[in-house]
Design a protein around this ligand. Structure first.
Ligand SMILES: [Zn+2]
Length: 318
C-alpha cells in the first residue's frame, strides 16, 4: 500500500513538494555543523572566511526560491570592531547582511512586510566579549547563533513552499556583526530595501538551540502588536511548547534596532547557559528535536500573520 502511495506521489510529482516543506533535524544539523566548523573560525566579521559564510547563506536563499533586492542578496557595510579598553583605534572591516524576499500575493497586503532575522556572526577567537579565559581559541557559537541562522534557512525554505498562500511579504535577513554592537541590524534599518513604515513586524531568533525539558521558549515584545500575547501563547501550546510570553522585555539582540524605529518585534530564544560566549558553546549541546519544534512554531506564527489581515499596528511597551 505504501508503495502504491509513493508511486502515485512520484507520478504526479507531489513527493518533492512534501519533502521540501518539512523542517528536519538532519537539515538543521547540517547547517550548524558547517557554521561551527573550524574552517569558519568562529564567524568573525571581515576576511575571506566571512565572504564564504555569506555565500553559503545566499546560495541557500536562492535554492529555496527567495528573490533578491537590487540585484544582490548581499548588503555591504563597514563594521567597527570591538577591542579591549587599552586599544585606541578600533579596526574597521567590510562585512555583509544577507537579505532574501518572498513576495505576498494580496495586491494590498503584499506591501506589508514581516521580517525574520538571525545574526550569523560570532566572536571568532574570543576577544573582549568572550567570557572565557581561554585566549585565542575558536568560539564556535553553536547556540549563539548558528542555531538561529539554521532556523532562518529552514523556515525560509518551508515558507517558500507555500508562497501562494501568503498575502503579506516576508523579508529574511542574516545579520552580520551583531556581536560588535547590533551593527548589521542598525545598518539594515538605516538602509532598508523597503520604506520602514511598510515593515510591520520583525521576528528575531538569537540562541534557539537549547530548548529545555520543560520546553520553554522565551520571547520579548509580544505586546508590541494587537493580540500578540494571546496569539503567541495559543500557537506555542499547539506546537507542543511552553511559551514564556513577555509583552515588553525588548532587549539583547537585533530586534532592538527595529523596536527603536517603532516597529513591532518578537525576540525569540531558548534561554541562557554556562557556555554562553565561551569556546564550549558547541554543537553536541544543541537539542535538535527541540530546535525543530521552535522552527515549526515560528513558521506557524509567520504563516498565520502573513496569510491573514491580522492587524500589525505598533504598540509601544515600557
Ligand atoms: Zn547572539
Amino acid at each position: 500500500m505504501m508503495r502504491k502511495i509513493l508511486c502515485f506521489l512520484l507520478l504526479f510529482n507531489l513527493y518533492p513538494v512534501f519533502s521540501q516543506t518539512e523542517i528536519t533535524t538532519n537539515e538543521l544539523y547540517d547547517h550548524i555543523s558547517f557554521l561551527t566548523s573550524t574552517v569558519n573560525k568562529g564567524r568573525y566579521p571581515g576576511s575571506s572566511t566571512n565572504k564564504k559564510l555569506v555565500k553559503y547563506i545566499f546560495k541557500d536563499f536562492k535554492k529555496s526560491g527567495l528573490e533578491k533586492f537590487d540585484q544582490s542578496y548581499r548588503q555591504e557595510f563597514v563594521a567597527e570592531l570591538r577591542v579591549s579598553n587599552d586599544v585606541d583605534k578600533k579596526p574597521e572591516v567590510k562585512t555583509w547582511n544577507v537579505i532574501g524576499l518572498l513576495k505576498g500575493n494580496d495586491h494590498k497586503l503584499q506591501n506589508e512586510y514581516i521580517v525574520l532575522g538571525a545574526h550569523y556572526d560570532h566572536l571568532g577567537h574570543g576577544g573582549p566579549s568572550s567570557k572565557s579565559d581561554q585566549l585565542n581559541t575558536v568560539h564556535p557559537g553553536a547556540d549563539d547563533n548558528a542555531s538561529g541562522t539554521a532556523a532562518l534557512l529552514e523556515i525560509a525554505e518551508r515558507l517558500s513552499a507555500i508562497q501562494s498562500q501568503l498575502k503579506r511579504s516576508i523579508i529574511f535577513v542574516a545579520f552580520g556583526a551583531e556581536e560588535q554592537g547590533l551593527l548589521g541590524s542598525k545598518h539594515f534599518v538605516e538602509n532598508s530595501p523597503v520604506p520602514l513604515a511598510q515593515l510591520k513586524l520583525m521576528i528575531n531568533m538569537d540562541m534557539v538551540g537549547r530548548l529545555n525539558e520543560q520546553k520553554q521558549i522565551y520571547m520579548g515584545g509580544a505586546g508590541t502588536f494587537p493580540e500578540g500575547q494571546k496569539l503567541m501563547a495559543k500557537l506555542g501550546k499547539e506546537a507542543g511548547l511552553n511559551p514564556v510570553v513577555h509583552a515588553g522585555s525588548v532587549g539583547g539582540s537585533d530586534h532592538v534596532s527595529f523596536y527603536k524605529k517603532n516597529i513591532s518585534v518578537l525576540g525569540m530564544h531558548t534561554g541562557g547557559h554556562k557556555q554562553y560566549h565561551t569556546p564550549e558553546d558547541t554543537i553536541d549541546l544543541i537539542n535538535f528535536k527541540g530546535e525543530k519544534m521552535v522552527c515549526d512554531y515560528i513558521f506557524q506564527t509567520i504563516f498565520t500573520l502573513a496569510s491573514s489581515a491580522h492587524p500589525l499596528t505598533f504598540i509601544a511597551q515600557d
